[in-house]
Design a protein around this ligand. Sequence first.
Ligand SMILES: Nc1ncnc2c1ncn2[C@@H]1O[C@H](COP(=O)(O)OP(=O)(O)OP(=O)(O)O)[C@@H](O)[C@H]1O
Ligand SMILES: [Mg+2]
Length: 308
Amino acid sequence: MAQDGNVKDEYDLQTEKIQERMDRISRKILIMSGKGGVGKTTITVNLANALVDMGCTVGILDTDITGPNVAKMLGCEDGVLGSPDGTTLYPVEPRKNLKVVSLAFAIQDPDAPIIWRGSLKNTAIRQFLADVEWGELDYLLIDSPPGTGDEQLTVCQSIHSLTGTIIVTTPQPVAVLDARRSVGFSRKLGCAIIGVIENMSGLVCPDCGKEIPVFGIGGGQKMCQDMHVPFLGRVPMEIDLREAEDSGVDFMASGASHPSREALMEICRKINFGTACSTGRDTSFLGTPQCSPSACASCTSNCPSRRK
Ligand SMILES: Nc1ncnc2c1ncn2[C@@H]1O[C@H](COP(=O)(O)OP(=O)(O)OP(=O)(O)O)[C@@H](O)[C@H]1O
Ligand SMILES: [Mg+2]
């Protein structure tokens, strides 16, 4: 029986289960974008690998139900979710301290389309949150499809202790326009915006070293200034990065020096060690219920400390 005397329904019980599971995870971060193909999954898997390299335990939940790419980019698409008791699901572990859950692990034929209505997607995501034995984690990175639809809504409404969102955009105006909607979505839902990553921000010519602004440069950073949201950094385009993702190789572990890897490392340090981001907002509040006073002064999110 619930405290108010009503019998709890299945949904409430599942919500409680999600809460219990999420309480064992320090930081839960939703990676989102307005426009598709801007690099959310690439950013997710590389941040995850970098955080593991820094000694963290990390989970990735792939909520892109119809286009799940996380497993492919991590080179673990043959993985299988374990479920010895038929109820609890155990993630695939492509490396020590990294746990991954994706619908890709449940699909036999990679060419088969997944044609699901929103309600089915919501059910699957809530089931992943409630039934997966994530254990104790430092981070749960939640990859999402583009937009501000069912998947993002389900994540934000199901995880009451969501740490915040990371918004990925390319510098081009059409992507930035959509990224602004992701900012608006986060604010409307009361999610703290951890920051914006400007991906595919220039391409350094491998021959002459000159930077080519394929999608422009600086559009995401300017949006952050305009909208008073933290800017986490620019990640340039690089052929080696694209090739690593296509072949499921850990790009962060590759030996050669790469500007995109340096940029990803720097972003990772900002997130993990809570140094101030370039807009001046202190990110050290991550994983705690408190924002710093300076953060709250420029932050328009509806996070618990701001509501006081
Ligand atoms: N900085 C980069 N340099 C080179 N290639 C990149 C970079 N970022 C992403 N890519 C490549 O761009 C493509 C799209 O990236 P990705 O799949 O991560 O985008 P996405 O936002 O997750 O897409 P979707 O909206 O479909 O989920 C991939 O082939 C990826 O390898
Ligand atoms: Mg993706």
